[in-house]
Structure formats: structure tokens, C-alpha cells
Write a protein that binds this ligand. Sequence first.
Ligand SMILES: [Zn+2]
Length: 248
Amino acid sequence: MFMTTNALVLREVRYKEADRILTLLTSTEGKISVKARGALRKGSRMSAATQQLTYSELTLFGNRGKWTVNEAVIKEPFTGLREDIENFALGCYFAECLESLSVEDQPDAALLQLGLNSLYALSNKLYSPEQIKAAFELRLMCIAGYEPELKSCPACGSTEPEQPILKLSGGYVCCRRCDDGKGEYARLCPDSLRALRYIASAPAKQLFSFRLSDEALLRLGSAAERYLLTHTERQFQTLNYWKNIRIK
Ligand SMILES: [Zn+2]
């Protein structure tokens, strides 16, 4: 049985001499694993279209639940990422997050769109990497069902919490003085809280269109990253790698 689908290549692993095993986020099947035979052979037409962080139209052949790539045509190569090692590394972190938070055989249009928009913004340097990363992380958590409660402090009801903090495992914002002392929190400020609210509710295409001072962006970035790490309960090698190459 043949199937055509649009797919973002999240991961590629070399298999045997010239094959690739791909982890894909597809428009029709959600996350799936496929084999691309001969993709690493010299002159293979499939080679470029099955590279990590490429968005392609793939024709797949399925047999007993296993998929093989029959044809592959690039839709968006994200060329800018391949010319900038830091942004490529950050793109790989986005891919690892998408792999971790997507479900096999369950298509999720919002998740795929978030991945594509974030890689596009990064590839074309439309915003700073820190801004794209923070927006990606928080929006991803919202789509995956971990949207934090950002409207008001649950203790005093204030919609503008005093010295606001984001309770990480609790998943809500409150005033620092109203904190119950249970669990870790990330410190916010009025501007970074406003940005968090914006990211949670903005239309997909305007997700990154907010402005923050460097200080507020640092707070937002730290809160978004720690929130994601708390709820996924894991480490991301690609995140550590990105941080390492940035320091040097
Ligand atoms: Zn309060």
C-alpha cells in the first residue's frame, strides 16, 4: 500500500551501509519510523530530502506496519540552519522536543505547524534564537496538554500578581508572597509574564512577534525551559550540546 504524506525529518540514523532509518513527524500519521533504502548512496535522489530537519513530501510504501520511502521531494530545506552550526544545534533540540511530545500514529496539525514555523524563524533569523526557543518551548507544552494557568494568582485572585513566579510542577502563576512553598518556581516579572500569556494564546503565525528587554527575555527563557524540563522529566542531549557550543 502506498501513501503520500508531508513530513518533517526529526531524526536520521544510519542503517547498514547506505540506508537511513528516519523518525518523522507527518501530517497524516503523526510520528512514525520509516526506512529510506539507499539514501546514503552516492547520487541518491533521496539523500537531501531525507536529511534531518528537512520538510519533504514523501511517498511511502507500507507492508505489515513497516514503512519504506519510495519517493521524496523537498518542500522546505531550511537552508539557513545548515549554514549556522548553533542554529542547527538548536533546531535539533526542537526536533528532540517534538519527538518526545508527539504520539505515534496520531496526527497533530498544531504540533507540526509549530515545529515548521519555529525552524523557519530560526533558519531565516527572523528573531533571536532565545526568543524563538522560549516561544517554541512554552507553546509546545500548551499544545501537548501542559498549558499553565496564567490568568490570576490562585491564592489572592490578583490578575497582576505581585513579583510573579511560575510554579513549575504546579503549572500556575502566583505572587511570590502567596507561594505555598511547595515545589520549585521560576521568577518572572510583569513583562515576562505578559510574554508568557501572549505565547500561550497568540495566533500560530504571530507566535514570535513580541518584544522584551534582554533581562525580561532571560527570565522568560529560563521559565520556559525549566517548565518543559520539569514536565517531560528528562534531559535533552541536544539542549546540552547547544549550550556547550554557545559558550565557546
Ligand atoms: Zn497572590
